[in-house]
Ligand binder design. Structure first.
Ligand SMILES: NC(=O)c1ccc[n+]([C@@H]2O[C@H](COP(=O)([O-])OP(=O)(O)OC[C@H]3O[C@@H](n4cnc5c(N)ncnc54)[C@H](OP(=O)(O)O)[C@@H]3O)[C@@H](O)[C@H]2O)c1
Length: 300
């Protein structure tokens, strides 16, 4: 199966590459902006691709003729999206349109990554069919891109929504909450952590596995793929501290409104995972099992 990944330098992208590069069933092409930042360079299996450039997207698709596309690339910094809506629209919506059009020409199975931030967080955990109501520019852009994917006339499409992805990979352009909390607690640095946002954090390896299950089964429709354990961000940080035996007395609980962040966050998201479990055999790890995976990688 010829499979093309966008955003292969990102957290999910790197985990997909790690899982697929040795998979005998898959002929992998990884693409991302700029040079390949995989720990083991992919050589000719990597192509630099800025997905905002339609002609570049078309050229790569014509050369690779992908049977499956996993579209992970996005502008993922929620506050940056709020401050620069035009860039967010270009990266998250216009670029998705270029990819969808190319996928349509090649009859590719198009798997699109989306987010819990399409919901307003008043009624989590959410099922796939619940009604979206984004609160932020980022959430709107991801919902608009979902609608593009659904309504483009693609023969096979899937949307994989996820929540706070954590993990470790080299050369990431941004950190994640688990690494941030661990680093701050290790330094004994005082941190303010919100206690009024509730999430189900997702180990990047589990999300990659869910996406690959969608690809291999040719599954279509919307799937919720998150971790199993729901918690406030405060509890998340406390559990990271407990797992790594770090002092959490430096943590001050605060309310979201006190942080003055540009983008509004949904208070309570979380996903009901029944559909992914039953249809895909998706079996994400518990939070501490995920932390153990990360700890082993840090040691190696
Ligand atoms: N991370 C989360 O907590 C989270 C939660 C919900 C949903 N999601 C969704 O899951 C997906 C994967 O997230 P992630 O955590 O892997 O994000 P990430 O680590 O920020 O990776 C995104 C990757 O996309 C690349 N990219 C951005 N614009 C591009 C462009 N124009 N052309 C080519 N590549 C481009 C980035 O390149 P650079 O490295 O060069 O910047 C980056 O490597 C995204 O669609 C995101 O919206 C993530």
């Amino acid at each position: 199966m010829r499979i093309l990944i966008t955003g292969s330098n990102g957290l999910l992208g790197q985990k997909l590459v790690a899982a697929l590069r040795l998979d005998a069933e898959m002929e992998l092409t990884a693409t991302s902006r700029g040079a390949d930042r995989s720990p083991q360079p992919l050589g000719s299996r990597y192509r630099a691709l800025d997905i905002t450039v339609a002609s570049a997207v078309d050229a790569v698709f014509d050369a690779v003729r992908p049977e499956v596309v996993i579209h992970t690339a996005a502008m993922t910094n929620v506050d940056a999206c709020e401050l620069d809506p035009a860039a967010c629209q270009l990266q998250n919506v216009t670029a998705t349109k270029h990819l969808v059009q190319a996928a349509k020409r090649h009859n590719s199975h198009f798997i699109h990554l989306s987010t819990d931030f399409i919901f307003d967080g008043t009624a989590g955990p959410y099922r796939e069919e619940d009604v979206p109501a984004p609160l932020s520019i980022y959430g709107h852009s991801k919902l608009d891109s979902e609608r593009l994917v659904m309504n483009a006339g693609l023969e096979r499409w899937a949307i994989a929504r996820t929540i706070i992805v954590y993990g470790i990979a080299p050369g990431l352009s941004r950190s994640n909450v688990v690494l941030w909390a661990k680093a701050a607690l290790e330094k004994g640095q005082p941190i303010k952590v919100v206690d009024d946002q509730w999430r189900m954090p997702t180990l990047a390896e589990d999300l990659a596995d869910g996406c690959i299950r969608i690809a291999k089964r040719g599954a279509t429709g919307i799937y919720h793929l998150s971790g199993t354990d729901g918690m406030s961000i405060l509890e998340l940080v406390q559990r990271v501290g407990a797992f790594f035996h770090l002092d959490t007395s430096v943590v001050t609980p605060v309310k979201s409104s006190s942080l003055g962040q540009p983008a509004q966050r949904p208070p309570r998201t979380g996903f009901i995972l029944d559909k992914a479990r039953h249809e895909l055999g998706y079996a994400p790890r518990h939070f501490e099992e995920g932390l153990a995976v990360l700890a082993a990688q840090l040691q190696a």
